[in-house]
Design a protein around this ligand. Structure first.
Ligand SMILES: [Zn+2]
Length: 459
């Protein structure tokens, strides 16, 4: 890996290495292997004077935190928080090797290309650039390359928040994801918040019997299947959040579709007109329930007497535990007589204000590439490490800048999907915008000078 070249060349090469390390987090403590990512990043920082601190809450589950001290201890600090783990792949669904980091026709392929090794690489490149040129940030700049985001951050930001908050604490934060376009008058998405989550287990009780005589039996697998079907069909309440309304208004839609999509009573009329954005639109306006793990049966000739169904529940702002319970009961109807709802895990939705100096710096960074662009504050429908900060009242934004080829529907389908990839233009746009945003935010008017090569701004 060369350290020379433009910021975009450095980011591209570092991203290729991070993809090739295959830091796959399958949810087991022994997976992830983020120590490989830490080793790559340490090599990248060699010669910059930045050392960093490595934590390892579980063997192999390393995170690296690097800090550049600001010139003014009272100035606000900024943390760039990038996870280094990726989710597993189904290799048969890929057109290319998911861990080769190949570049074909200006597109870099591989697991993690958009979630979120691209951003983690860009954060590292910006941090190194700032450490090695004449710019001195006014407040501290922290780069945190963290483990285990893809499984709830138990060995990453979750652990750091509990045990080493001193390392990662900051006054504001940038993390995944953002930068996709909406509408012809360009609006670039910034994730200012995200839905919350709840996990529940349905325990189904039937009666065991002989597989040879199904008539009249109370087969727990059949009851569980009916429960899954009812949950999938249940519509629940449509909620038009301010973020969804702004998003729908930014899209190029015919007026009637737009009206439908911002009216809770007509929402489902508009949904079929949204193309690849339909899943996002639905998740943005509903507390959703996905049955994810269904288990029943032990033996091929025995009707199962018990079954379990695990539910992944994502909640909108202001939804309570009781609302979640009510939603499940509404969907299940009379099946509830066979079913216990277990578990009480609940994490609220989080959102950051946008009247902050950092948000303003993001706007000016985006307008370097798209002079008439507006930022579009969005509510993410999945989870990110931003929630650990927002819950403590710290603004955290998901930020990037993508090229025009990306609408949010396309972008989202590649998250955790087959053929994950990013175009090199988007890598260049993102690292340039991040570099500019960090320097703007941390500018000390007495010493600020901008020394970046101008060609980065023109891609
Ligand atoms: Zn991610």
């Amino acid at each position: 890996m060369s350290i020379g070249g433009t910021l975009s060349q450095q980011t591209t090469e570092l991203l290729q290495e991070l993809i090739r390390n295959a830091a796959v987090n399958d949810g087991t403590p022994g997976s992830g292997h983020e120590h490989l990512q830490v080793r790559t990043l340490q090599r990248f920082f060699e010669g910059s004077g930045l050392e960093g601190v490595v934590v390892e809450p579980h063997p192999g589950r390393q995170s690296l935190i690097v800090r550049i001290e600001g010139t003014d201890p009272t100035a606000p600090s900024l943390a760039l928080v990038g996870h280094t783990d990726v989710v597993p792949v189904e290799p048969s669904g890929w057109s290319r090797d998911p861990f080769a980091g190949e570049i074909v026709d200006g597109v870099l392929w591989g697991r993690g290309a958009i979630d979120m090794l691209n951003l983690t690489a860009a954060y590292a490149v910006v941090t190194r650039a700032i450490a090695t040129d004449r710019f001195r940030p006014r407040g501290d700049l922290i780069f945190a390359a963290v483990a285990d985001e893809e499984n709830g951050s138990r060995f990453g930001v979750g652990w750091l928040t509990e045990h080493r908050l001193d390392l990662i604490d900051a006054d504001c934060v940038l993390t995944e994801s953002g930068g996709a376009h909406a509408g012809a008058q360009p609006h670039l998405g910034v994730m200012v918040g995200e839905k919350g989550g709840a996990g529940r287990l349905l325990r189904v009780t039937g009666a065991p019997g002989h597989g040879s005589a199904p008539w009249g039996s109370r087969n727990a697998a059949v009851i569980a299947a009916e429960a899954v079907t009812r949950l999938a069909r249940h519509r629940g309440t449509t909620v038009i959040t301010p973020q969804w309304r702004a998003y729908a208004e930014a899209l190029d839609l015919d007026p009637d579709t737009r009206t439908a999509l911002t009216d809770p009573d007509r929402f489902y009329e508009g949904l079929p007109h949204l193309g690849t954005l339909d899943g996002f639109a639905h998740a943005s306006t509903h507390t959703t329930i996905s049955p994810t793990i269904v288990r029943a049966g032990e033996k091929g000739n025995v009707i199962p007497g018990t079954a379990t169904v695990q539910l992944d529940i994502r909640i909108l702002p202001d939804v309570t535990r009781e609302d979640v319970e009510g939603l499940i009961r509404d969907a299940l109807g009379d099946l509830i007589e066979h079913i216990e709802i277990e578990g009480d895990w609940f994490g609220e939705s989080t959102a950051s204000p946008i009247d902050t100096p950092l948000f303003a710096a993001l706007g000016s960074a985006v307008r370097r590439a798209y002079p008439s662009a507006e930022l579009l504050p969005m509510l993410g429908v999945g989870g990110t490490d931003g929630r650990f900060y927002r819950r403590r009242g710290i603004p955290a934004y998901g930020f990037g800048v993508l090229s025009e080829r990306w609408d949010y529907g396309t972008f989202r389908r590649l998250f955790h999907g087959n053929d994950e990839r990013i175009d090199l233009d988007s890598i260049a746009l993102t690292v340039d915008a991040l570099d500019h945003a960090v320097r703007t935010f941390h500018a000390d008017t007495s010493t600020a000078t901008r020394t970046r090569a101008p060609e980065e701004a023109t891609v």
